[in-house]
Ligand binder design. Sequence first.
Ligand SMILES: [Zn+2]
Ligand SMILES: [Zn+2]
Length: 865
Amino acid sequence: MSTHPELPKAYDACAVEERWQAHWRDEDYYFSRDSDRPRFIIDTPPPYPTGNFHIGNALNWCYIDFFARFKRMQGYNVMFPQGWDCHGLPTEVKVEEQQGITKNDLPREEFRRLCRELTAKNIDLMRRTMRRMAFSIDWSNEYITMLPAYYRKTQASFLRMLREGYIYRSEHPVNFCTRCETAIAFAEVQYEGRETKLNYFDFDGIEIATTRPELLTACVAVAVHPGDERYSSIAGRTLRVPLFGHEVPVIQDEAVDPAFGSGAVMICTFGDKQDVVWWKTHNLDLRPAIDSTGHMTALASGYEGMTASECREAILAAMAASGILKRQEPLEQRVGTCWRCKTPIEILSERQWFVRVDPEAILAAARQLRWVPEHMLLRMEDWVGKMEWDWCISRQRIFATPIPVWFCRDCGEMILPSVADLPIDPTIDLPQTPCPVCGSTRFEGETDVLDTWMDSSISVMNVTGWDGVTPRPPLFPAQIRPQGHDIIRTWAFYTILRSLALTGEKPWEQILVNGMVLGEDGFKMSKSRGNIIAPEEILEKYGADALRQWAAAGAATGSDIQFNWNDVIAASRFQTKLWNIARFSLLQLRKGEPGEATEPTLLADRWLLSRLSDCVAEVTEAMEGYQFDRGLKAIREFAWEVLADEYIELVKGRLYGEGEGRASAVRTLEITLDVLCRLLAPYIPSFAEEVFSHLGRGSVHAQSWPDFSFHDGQALEDGELVTRIVAELRRFKHEQGMALNAPLGEVTVMAPRPIEDGGDAGRALNAFVHWQVGTGGLSRAVVDVKFEPAIVGKTFRKDAAAFMEAIRALPKEMLEAPITTVTVNGVEVPVPEGAFVPVYATLVGGEQVDVITVGDVLVTVRRSS
Ligand SMILES: [Zn+2]
Ligand SMILES: [Zn+2]
């Protein structure tokens, strides 16, 4: 026998995984630029480098790795790139915290350097977890948005969209975080419930209720409903704003709710989105009361320099002092806050850069995609339906892609760099030529930077090979975008928008949306709840394959998954079971390997291969539909129930013997193990590799997806019957208190057609099993009687025993027909109705047997005495 590597009894997942992870080479997963195999390019999410690859990421990446491996095995040229979406507020805030500074305390470049260093460190931490999870990432296609190679393309895309009119610069109200001192997009505003006070006060003779008294100086009109008779006399007049004294018109507008407060509202620039709408439609003045740092402007004379909340208290106090504050009521309010720091958002009118949004075009492109699951398209449609403003893409921050624009200091002309000179930082670099309008060489670089989504929304352009110059990337569009449902309104939306603007086409063919991972308590994982589970914790205890199984089995694709340690433990147990199956099979293979020509011939073998063939079809269909839970369930049922519990138990006896029967079973196990490893390869790559390596056929990850097909309808039906009979008779033995390996006696199966099981059932049951067609030889006879003591006792009293003896003494065949009289103590007496019933038994060859029905097949057992 050859020198086989050892097959340890227990499976040590972590040791096996680390061994294979050290052995695999990155090159095996590289996308090939010059292959003619069909392409499958994945627009992988570039995570934000927080340093923590969280369990929600793990779920997302498991899905990606499942189908990336599956597609590779199907012969696709797969690109599973990995990006890092580096820029943005969280890192700036982290650096500010770590250094105890604010962004303005350091030169811009120095602050950026600190951000870059922190980001690089964090990327490294996250890469480690990704490798430990055995993701088949194509590291040759890694991109990092903070590096010149990438943000050069972000700048190029900006310039192209600017030249083609998709991007414009304008003064417009925007959402603004005064703590972060930057504009933010609508998609970044989070709404929270807060308790506030509704303040009723006298506004030049009419009552007005407001939650924002600090905006009194920003009041530009009072609005009432046109049908509100309380105010019809003052419509069109002007009122004097209390405390500040400027005059504002009273306007009428359908959007005013007469039932809210007093029915009259003050319009300020700007208290909320509705103020912006009114300001535009009624062409009102602009009175900015709050500046970009959250302090009151000079317009708030007497309050200038106060923070908004200081000003609120001061104004309320002033109102109270002058006797105009009538009353205050508590009010539940939904407040828009900054996604990063939770500061309530102000709406400020600012000169900002915008991308035009064309909702119809985006919807049309979104509808061309295959959405998995389908209903996620609704979320996109909902969001696009609510679009009112264009996308504000400028930010007043530092760690971001600079907006590549200069302005001439003398004539104001906007000057753009040529694409060949990118990337540039206009606050450092200078234009190559003088101002084309006035010839000046004095320039001012734009200090605003780009929204991070401007980087990540061209990820698909980047992975499909865009160089920033050609109109369309050579490999565009990608085949699939996997992402969470929480970023449909941002990443998915912006990517579609940008792809349409830059290429005129949809970015991908399909979009696969995954759910969120909830804590064990069913709530969103958060530090404050203390319900966060880190992937590393699971990896350490149970290994990557168990975590991957958890991800696959936890829920249908797109649904949220509640984390549960029991599911991980169950996954780990399944691996133990699989290892036992594999080890048993491999040991059989080693004992005597079947010749190449051996084909499975016996019924049980052909039955198993038919079931295996069905399993392959089921798993393939599930993988094509991204139904990872369904695929894994099919594998599990086949391996655990069909292969281990039924087949191996049935053929063990044959395997322990010799000859043709053994060879057929060994060959069956060999085929099954080979196919099973391939089916498992996408889900649990290390386990599949470990088992497959013992077959001596190279790496399972270099194999094709199994196209195994074996159809034998008769074997499927007859094999099912054999396994059911064996299961039923084992249960019978158990119920009779017999040991499972005890001799059972003679078993006759009265099958509907001839069945040749090759002796498997007999060996499995330790019985003589006769297969016969039909119920011939079977008879039924009365073997006893069962008396009804109430009737017998009441009728015969002291003669009851004699009566029963007399009945028992009758020939048994007489008892099949009703008996009217019987002789008791020499006297013929009538037999009362219901005094007894005959007891029948089944006989074979005149001997009494037990009968077990399996479906509609009768099985008799004549137990060995
Ligand atoms: Zn903020
Ligand atoms: Zn000029």
